[in-house]
Design a protein around this ligand. Structure first.
Ligand SMILES: N[C@@H](CCC(=O)N[C@@H](CS)C(=O)NCC(=O)O)C(=O)O
Length: 220
């Protein structure tokens, strides 16, 4: 197999790339990295000195591709299935990239900060992170008023980012009940077969998530 994904089944950024791989139906090998093992950290460091996953290695070219959004761009270019996650139309592609950045920077980041503070038993600025998540929820609600997917008529890179970001964020700050579009969008995401598969594979690991009790029973 040409492609190997270095990843962890609980990691939100890895979920984002797994969704893209499953959407394309691309064959790949999995290499789970346990960051508590120095040998496995060294293996990841050799590919990406920042020691962050996901990293995709492509033996055929050969190259290692880090950064979830860049990996998905790479898959679209070299290993795509029938569809594309970044549309050909330039203006729509720009919106897809904008919403990808939005989910990484303003949903994934505050969510990860709250989780990291809990893991390291730190007194973080919970109020700021929660405010940021609520602001983001309001913007998503507005964006979805006339759309099925967040940035393009078809499921895109931005929806790959949205899926794990919203999944984990909702365990920390629940979606407001009056955000009907956001709640319905989340249901569409968790019903999407690629994300369903990712969530199924993450099941055995959820007990290690510090807010495991907040994950709805239907996903555990
Ligand atoms: N910007 C990166 C973020 C990757 C990232 O932060 N991954 C986390 C897991 S979700 C990680 O590797 N954390 C390990 C660490 O920071 O030590 C991407 O989009 O891939």
């Amino acid at each position: 197999m040409d492609l190997t994904l270095y990843y962890h089944p609980l990691s939100s950024y890895c979920h984002k790339v797994l969704i893209a791989l499953y959407e394309h139906g691309t064959a790949f090998d999995k290499r789970v990295i346990d960051l508590s093992s120095e040998a496995e950290r060294a293996e990841l460091r050799a590919l990406w000195p920042l020691v962050k996953f996901p990293v995709l290695h492509d033996r055929a070219r050969p190259c290692s591709v880090p950064e979830s959004s860049v990996i998905i761009e790479y898959l679209d270019r070299y290993h795509a299935g029938a569809g594309r996650l970044i549309p050909d139309d330039w203006d729509t592609a720009l919106q897809v990239r904008l919403w990808d950045r939005f989910f990484d920077n303003y949903v994934m980041t505050p969510m990860s900060q709250i989780v990291a503070d809990r893991i390291h038993d730190r007194q973080g600025d919970l109020t700021s992170q929660r405010t940021l998540l609520n602001t983001a929820y309001g913007m998503i609600e507005h964006q979805l008023a006339t759309r099925q997917w967040i940035a393009s008529p078809d499921f895109s890179l931005a929806d790959c980012s949205a899926s794990p970001a919203l999944f984990y964020a909702s365990t920390l700050v629940p979606f407001p009940g009056d955000h009907g579009h956001l709640n319905a969008y989340f249901e569409r995401l968790v019903q999407r077969s690629a994300f369903k598969q990712v969530l199924e594979e993450a099941k055995p690991w959820f007990e290690f998530y510090p807010f495991a009790e907040a994950i709805p029973q239907r996903f555990r």
